[in-house]
Ligand binder design. Structure first.
Ligand SMILES: [Zn+2]
Length: 141
């Protein structure tokens, strides 16, 4: 499996915390891994599968999008802060390495005078678990 996304450097730490899987976010844990990406960086699908969702990251700002690709094992690969590739639609088949979108400027949402965020793409894998799902570390899949 080609994991082009994983070739990007991890975001590491910034003023908002760690981009590592399982990092604390107050009362919860970070459910994915953040990969540093300047806005406009082409983002390749980490897996072959079907585009099952092109969603919105925030209800109060519809600019920020995510792309979800479901693989043959029903695992949902979510790439957040990604502008979907033009013309891509739910139901499309994509291949590992296919460009599915472009990194967005997520830092613009969180940057403040005293706190800065590194631009990144958030990658999480949701594995079905009964009526719900669990997130697993994408680096271990
Ligand atoms: Zn993240």
């Amino acid at each position: 499996m080609l994991r082009a996304l994983l070739l990007l450097p991890e975001r590491g730490n910034d003023d908002w915390g760690s981009g590592d899987f399982g990092a604390s976010r107050g009362g919860r844990e970070h459910q994915g891994v953040d990969y540093a990406a300047v806005p406009g960086t082409p983002i390749a699908s980490p897996t072959t599968g079907t585009v099952t969702k092109i969603g919105y990251c925030y209800t109060d700002d519809l600019h920020y999008r995510y792309v979800q690709i479901t693989d043959d094992d029903e695992r949902m690969h979510r790439l957040l802060y990604v502008d979907p590739a033009p013309g891509m639609q739910r139901g499309d088949i994509v291949y590992a390495g296919s460009i599915v979108g472009y990194a967005q400027n997520i830092a613009a949402r969180y940057d403040a005078k005293t706190k800065h965020m590194k631009n990144h793409v958030h990658y999480e894998i949701r594995v079905p678990d009964g009526d719900s799902y669990v997130c697993v570390d994408p680096r271990e899949c």
